[in-house]
Design a binder for this molecule. Structure first.
Ligand code: HMG
Length: 390
């Protein structure tokens, strides 16, 4: 049975600390405009060791999960490339922390930044076949390249949570998806490393190539063109990457429509330019920023979504906005969370960065008193992570 299925609820969490990109530019002897304009980033989330992908996802979910969700969610898919265990999935921890039904399937999924999209597409098909059920899809990551590396300015972290249901409030899938994958070494992270290895300029080229391939195929299959889209959203490892992708196709639209697409891109980038890359969650943060900040979008508008995960996998699909796409209470909460973060200096950021090491000890205790988030990582006991709820 095929129903209208899509995103019913959406939320976002990141740490309450940020680094200003002007400060970072000065510390690295770069012109601040390289970071602000050339890269397109203003601030970067700084993730303390009291947060990991599980706590960030749980903190994101707290803003949206209610008792109806607790009864109906029986599929939890956790997209991440910052896993905390080589065996047990982050989804199982999350299921318990949120008090979700145990009569469910909970697992983790990985293909670089594409993981949440894989989860979303699986959830779509599951709910289409089981419209009385709901699914929870997470994209949560911490992007780390290393201090004083070219990738440093494109770090960040956080979690996006999405509840997928029939007759959704926010946006419904339109159907056609086009995808493309190939064995490409543009970005990867061997098991023994906490920082990614990246061929940065090559990764930009592969990204645009995969976008054009999936976009061209989408147009061919559906007969639609750029004029049919009110806005385009992208996996945004950094804002300029999305600008490059939009530029690659913008000439296909009339001048008037080009202006509209650029304006909407401006609304969509607001959260990303203040948080940085959150890998699996970045496309969905861009989408959330667009619907929360745009004052021009209306019910029924078609939004394009391009997902990219290095290695590499690309996918393009479309969603149509539904009548509850603006949730003013959640918008105020998310905007307040972003605006009320505290600024850290470059040396404080470096200390926190170096402190966020893979946990190798079997007994550890963290001071969580400075982390105001509801869920925190308290430490490790007998090789087991100990989570806390305030
Ligand atoms: P870089 O080599 O330091 O920077 O690294 P650049 O020299 O190329 O400069 C960047 C831009 O700033 C250029 O503009 C310069 O002209 C401009 P562009 O040619 O790109 O349009 N610029 C200035 N603009 C204004 N005023 C100035 C000024 N100076 C220079 N004064 C790079 C940049 C992105 C390569 C690096 O940060 C990096 O390696 N980042 C990580 C990799 C990445 O994010 N790749 C994106 C595609 S792959 C992807 O999205 C997947 C990913 O999320 C991982 C996953 O899937 O899991 C990464």
């Amino acid at each position: 049975m095929i129903m209208n299925v899509g995103i019913d609820k959406m939320s976002f969490y990141s740490s309450d600390m940020y680094l200003d990109m002007v400060d970072l530019a000065h510390a690295r002897n770069e012109d601040p405009n390289k970071y602000l304009i050339g890269i397109g980033q203003k601030k970067m989330a700084v993730i303390p060791k009291t947060q990991d992908v599980v706590t960030m996802a749980a903190n994101a979910c707290l803003k949206i999960i209610d008792d109806d969700d607790r009864n109906k969610i029986d599929l939890i898919i956790f997209g991440t490339e910052t896993g905390i265990d080589n065996s047990k999935s982050a989804a199982i921890y999350l299921q318990n922390m949120l008090g979700l039904s145990r009569r469910g399937r909970a697992f983790e999924i990985k293909q670089a930044c594409y993981g949440a999209t894989a989860g979303l597409q699986m959830a779509k098909e599951y709910v289409e076949n089981n419209p009385e059920k709901k699914a929870l899809v997470i994209g949560a990551d911490i992007a780390r390249y290393g201090i004083d590396t070219p990738g440093e300015v494109t770090q960040g972290g956080g979690a996006v949570a999405m509840v997928i249901s029939a007759n959704p409030s926010i946006a419904e899938f339109e159907g056609t998806s086009t995808f493309y994958s190939d064995d490409v070494m543009d970005f990867w992270r061997p098991l023994y490393r906490t920082e990614a290895v990246v061929d940065g300029h090559y990764s930009n080229d592969v990204y645009v190539d995969f976008f054009k391939k999936t976009w061209d195929e989408y147009k061919q299959i559906t007969g639609k063109n750029l004029e049919d889209f009110s806005a385009m959203t992208f996996h945004l490892p950094y804002v300029k990457m999305g600008i490059k992708a939009l530029r690659a196709i913008i000439d296909e639209a009339s001048e008037e429509h080009q202006d509209k697409l650029k304006t909407e891109f401006g609304f969509g980038k607001v959260y990303n330019e203040n948080i940085g890359n959150l890998y699996t969650g970045s496309l969905y943060l861009n989408f959330l920023s667009l619907i929360n900040n745009s004052d021009q979008l209306k019910v029924g508008d078609r939004i394009g979504l391009f997902s990219y995960g290095s290695g590499a996998q690309g996918e393009f699909f479309a969603m149509n906005l539904c009548k509850g796409f603006k949730n003013s209470e959640l918008i105020s909460q998310i905007n307040a969370d972003i605006n009320n973060r505290k600024q850290v200096s470059v040396s404080e950021y470096e200390t926190i960065f170096n402190d966020w090491v893979p946990i190798k000890d079997q007994e550890l205790s963290f001071d969580t008193s400075k982390d105001a988030s509801t869920f925190t990582l308290k430490g490790v006991k007998n090789h087991q992570r100990i989570y806390d709820r305030k």
